[in-house]
Design a protein around this ligand. Sequence first.
Ligand code: TAP
Length: 481
Amino acid sequence: MTLNLKLYINGEWIESNNPDKQDILNPANQQIIAKAPKATKEETEKAIHMAKTAFESGVWSERTPQERAQTLLEIAEKMEESMDELADLEMQNNGKTRREAQADAAEAANTFRYYAGLLNHPNGQIYEASQDMQTMIVKEPMGVAGLIVPWNFPLLMSVWKMAPALAAGNSIILKPAEITPLTAVKVFELMDQTSLPKGVAHLVMGSGAIVGQTIAESDHVDIVSFTGSTGVGRQIMKAATGNLKKVSLELGGKSPNIIFDDADLETAVDYALFGIFMGAGQVCSSGSRILVQEGIYDKFVTTYVARAKAIKVGPGNEESSEVGAIVSKKHMESILEYIRIGKEEGATLLCGGKRIERDGMEKGFFIEPTVFTDVTSDMRIVREEIFGPVVVIQKFKDEEEAIKLANDTEFGLAGAVFSKDQHKAMRVIQKVRAGITWVNTYHLTNVQAPWGGYKQSGIGRSLGTYGLDEYQETKQINISL
Ligand code: TAP
């Protein structure tokens, strides 16, 4: 059955006036699973207007934190009841494995729970400024939050923004990536059944150029929170200058994974594989540059390549699949083009490098886990974010060279160090210029920890108390005693 999706504006599911629809595909087999609206500029502006009206009415923004927490818990509960459906929709729409989709769905519900919990903690300060004056520092909602998310974690990225933005008392407009709206629709269906007042949350599907740009430009949006590519992040910043709205950006990466001679080889290989091949490499924090010390280099590469060749790539709904599909034909072609460039640049392709078209997988968008060595720092495959199952391995001599190579990038999202020497590991990780880092592990994180990047990987932080702060104004109230 093909679902006919609708916009959710002011608490109603409505057809877009634009007759043109976006086909929503399952990238594992190219089946059309839904048709999504492409909202117009006017429809986007209407959602923004209704969000502003709801904000100013105080229907949500003036509820007590405890009342808002209660609603967030209702949403978490609804999501938990629909966990299997959410995971199934995410798997079908994005192409990830069922295991990955289930983990995302659980973490999404948990994020609503976490922010509900945070609302029951004090959220301000009092200073005794002088004997006759006291200063209160209070947090207030910002107004209308425009939330623009990518296709790689459609559910989790939406919720990472929606939960803290709503917790803070804002009205929200969510714009999912055009090709992956299914889980966002489901979450809005669930929210519609809770005590969240109508008009507070709007779902506007459509293109980045129309819906995204309208949100970023609007004088009635107070914060735009964007996750996506660095190029579009730059455009959003420019578009936001009209009313100088706050801009929060979670962007791309080219993250280093540093493996010293004294690392536990098995652990390092395991996490270096997981670091790049989770989500078929379509993960902003992927460890896409592996830096290996010369003493362990040959052994590491031999073991790593043997393991990469053995990875089972396949449709997400097959239990044996360890790596799923690439999200779209367009993106698959972009990854294959990078592989071609890598070969042309003179890198050595040790495994992978091709689309997988065997065993009935020819209709899906699958790429073999791909490993390049003999790379130099100036190569495009070393410098640019490929966002696919493609990793480069570089050799280094000593600590100093490892840090230099690790930081030789315009990005600063993530990074890791593997060593049994805790002092060295700490010394090096502190020198890595990135916001999300690991020692002797990769990718593992939690909702309490702030998520975001240095340099061109972004501005601001999601999650934790930092994530709530992102969506709040801070006011001082000086009281004469
Ligand atoms: P983008 O092409 O940047 O798209 C992200 C979102 O922005 C989509 O909803 C897109 O809409 C929209 N958009 C496109 N042009 C726009 C414009 N001019 N104004 C406003 N919105 C616009 O990224 P993507 O290809 O979906 O995702 C991959 C990128 O996201 C990678 O670079 C990855 O590193 C990054 N990412 C970063 C993180 C974190 S936490 N740092 C997490 C996930 C992904 P359409 O769908 O219509 O194009």
